[in-house]
Design a protein around this ligand. Structure first.
Ligand code: NI
Length: 162
């Protein structure tokens, strides 16, 4: 288990489309454990595999420090948004874009399917902050960053700062 460096924008490795996990086992579990440790150390509420250079569709999330009653640690492989509904606007940041936060529009609730670390099917239906973090982390697996989802005006502000 290790704490690993997190790639930061504009590292091109953040733009890969990560590969589906086909073989569940020890190697995947180790990658997930590194992701969890690195996320807690940062600290952050979520982390996606490409941020550490792992070319797999894997995310880890824990919002329990921010929201009372929230589920604890979630490790999810090959996550897919099956359905989404409503709209929410809230502040977002990213461990790969240190020092920048902005309001981002997301779906209010999502139904996500995937697999747990043992390769068993997993399904989660959530709303609010957890739905936001899930959408943010799943975006990472397709090389999408939250700054890509800002209005043109807000993106200009980001570029000026950059
Ligand atoms: Ni992020």
């Amino acid at each position: 288990m290790s704490i690993l460096p997190i790639f930061t924008y504009p590292d091109p490795r953040l733009r890969i489309k990560a590969k589906r996990v086909e073989k569940f086992g020890k190697a995947i579990q180790k990658s997930l454990q590194d992701m969890v440790e690195t996320m807690y150390e940062a600290p952050g509420v979520g982390l996606a595999a490409p941020q550490l250079g792992f070319d797999i569709r894997a995310i880890v999330i824990d919002i329990s420090a921010q929201e009372e009653g929230a589920p604890g640690l979630i490790k999810l492989l090959n996550p897919e948004i099956v359905s989404a509904d409503g709209e929410q606007i809230g502040e977002e940041g990213c461990l790969s874009i240190p020092g920048f936060v902005s309001m981002v529009k997301r779906k209010e609730s999502v139904n996500v399917s995937g697999f747990n670390e043992k390769g068993e099917p997993y399904r989660i239906e959530v709303s609010g902050l957890l739905a936001r973090v899930l959408q943010h982390e799943i975006d990472h697996l397709d090389g999408v960053l939250f700054i890509d989802r800002l209005s043109r005006l807000k993106r200009e502000l980001f570029k000026k700062k950059d």
